[in-house]
Design a binder for this molecule. Structure first.
Ligand code: DAH
Length: 299
């Protein structure tokens, strides 16, 4: 433009403007055509059939044994207990010896065990956690713990036995703890678990780690105590073992049996769950059949 004369400049300027406008128009048309084509392609490719059923998200549910364990824990937490845990691979000392089952004690025959070495085994009950909890308390009272966990026994699996199952142990140690405290606690527990109409009865029994020892029955959850096939017409169902902690066991836990006393109990979680949900075979808990497990999602 700089080389043009004053007369030529507006003429050429006009031509340049016209050319630019023409190019811009062509570009805009092309852009619009591309946009239209892209919109049409997407409308065709991304058609949504709003009449199709939606994709549901498969949510899991809490396993019935976990659910029952948590329920039991909640009941005892509400009574001021804390939760204590111990190892599943346990020493002979904690599993037997400290619980007043010396090496030659005939009661050891009651529990066929998975031994790893002569001195180490898979725990056969949650009772060893009693000793661990007492040692941890270092003589301080009151001690109120429940101990949930897996236990192992050399049983052949059937409707009522499994080589691995779950127990919850309870232990209270303090000055002047009596058998009536044990009975009241267990009554509170079963009524919270199965309803206020349920009663308990204690039958004399034997465990090396408690003296006296008792087995506890609850009113049959099936017939309400009338007598039926499940309770073998007795109206009662056995649910746990318990007793007053043996003086030797208190000593192993670092307590002076002249100063304190205690009660203990142990229950099988599977058994509590079978009764609560009216299930007839323990193996349902381990087979991971979603048709079984799914039923507990809404409970
Ligand atoms: N440990 C026992 C068992 O495995 C259950 C048991 C009975 C635990 C009496 C206790 C108790 O604490 O006092 O069969």
């Amino acid at each position: 433009m700089g080389g043009l004369s004053a007369e030529e400049r507006p003429v050429i300027g006009q031509v340049a403007n016209d050319v630019r406008a023409a190019i811009e128009e062509v570009l805009a048309d092309k852009q619009a055509a591309f946009d239209r084509a892209e919109t049409e392609r997407r409308l065709a490719a991304e058609t949504i059939d709003v009449t199709l059923p939606g994709r549901t998200v498969a949510t899991g549910s809490v396993h019935p044994l976990t659910k029952v364990t948590q329920e039991i824990e909640d009941i005892f937490l509400g009574m001021g207990y804390t939760i204590a845990e111990g190892p599943e691979v346990e020493t002979d000392y904690f599993n037997f010896e400290a619980l007043n089952l010396p090496k030659d004690h005939p009661a050891r025959d009651m529990q066929d065990s998975f031994y790893i070495t002569d001195e180490i085994l898979l725990r056969t009950h949650t009772s060893p956690v009693q000793i661990r909890a007492m040692k941890n308390a270092d003589g301080a009272t009151p001690l109120k713990v429940i101990c949930p966990g897996r236990v192992y026994r050399r049983d052949d699996d059937d409707a009522t036995h499994s080589f691995m199952f779950h127990q919850i142990e309870g232990l209270v140690v303090g000055p002047d703890i009596r058998m009536s405290d044990l009975k009241g606690t267990l009554l509170q527990f079963v009524q919270a678990m199965y309803g206020p109409q349920v009663q308990i009865r204690l039958r004399p029994s034997f465990f090396p780690f408690t003296e006296p020892s008792a087995e506890v029955d609850v009113t049959c959850t099936q017939c309400g105590g009338q007598g039926c096939r499940m309770c073998k017409q007795s109206g009662w169902i056995e649910i746990l073992g318990c007793g007053m902690v043996h003086p030797k066991v208190l000593e192993h836990g670092g307590f002076d049996p002249e100063q304190v006393s205690g009660f203990a109990f142990g229950m099988g979680v599977e058994r509590i769950a079978l009764l609560k949900y009216d299930i007839d075979d323990i193996r349902h808990f381990y087979n991971n059949d979603l048709r079984f497990l799914g039923q507990f999602a809404r409970m």
